[in-house]
Design a protein around this ligand. Structure first.
Ligand code: FMN
Length: 173
């Protein structure tokens, strides 16, 4: 059994739907999961977990979702040494192809810079977009992208299951 904290923000509830699905799936597989909406959570709370999942949609053409935006200056000061983190985000690859999932990159970069160990990178092959701040130097996405605007809910759930199965062993017991 692993203990995982999921921290998410959401403006139109897609990321909430994804967070609740992940919690249910992980709990079905006997893991302990606490979920915290960053809108009403102290950002320091993240450091209470060794295994962290962070979810943030991209809004307003390459911006963080507003609740993450409000805590970002504190988030980027946290010391993530010893923490294992996986990132996901909701976005719209058709409507915003040059900024798809930018928020994943904006949160994953300080996490890695401040000592965190990032897991759960994804191939860009499953998506169609032209640019993203979430791409690393090897052209891999720094986290899982979910596109509720263009994919149906079942497809998003399949993506989440595949990703969770891939990352779960890398979280600490
Ligand atoms: C005004 C507006 C701007 C957006 N900007 C982006 C963007 O830059 N990149 C992206 O990938 N998605 C963008 N989106 C799509 C949202 O990220 C997407 O709808 C997401 O599922 C919303 O998540 P939420 O319901 O959890 O807030 C934008 C949507 C709107 C309405």
């Amino acid at each position: 059994m692993k203990k995982i904290g999921i921290f998410w923000g959401s403006s139109t509830d897609n990321t909430t739907t994804a967070t609740e699905f992940m919690k249910e799936y992980l709990e079905m597989n006997d893991h302990q999961v606490d979920i915290h909406n960053i809108a009403d959570t102290d950002v320091d709370k993240i450091l209470e977990y060794d295994n962290i999942i962070i979810g943030c949609p991209t809004w307003h053409i390459g911006e963080l979702q507003e609740d993450w935006d409000s805590v970002f200056s504190d988030f980027e000061e946290l010391d993530f040494s010893g923490k294992t983190g996986a990132f996901f985000g909701c976005g719209d690859q058709v409507g915003y192809p040059a900024n798809f999932l930018d928020a994943i990159g904006m949160l994953a970069e300080p996490f890695m810079k401040n000592g965190g160990s990032l897991i759960g990178k994804c191939s860009r092959d499953n998506y169609q977009f032209t640019g993203s701040r979430a791409l690393d130097k090897d052209d891999k996405l720094l986290g899982l992208g979910l596109d509720y605007d263009n994919d149906d809910e079942e497809t998003c759930e399949d993506f989440m299951v595949m990703w969770l199965e891939e990352i779960i062993d890398d979280f600490k017991d």
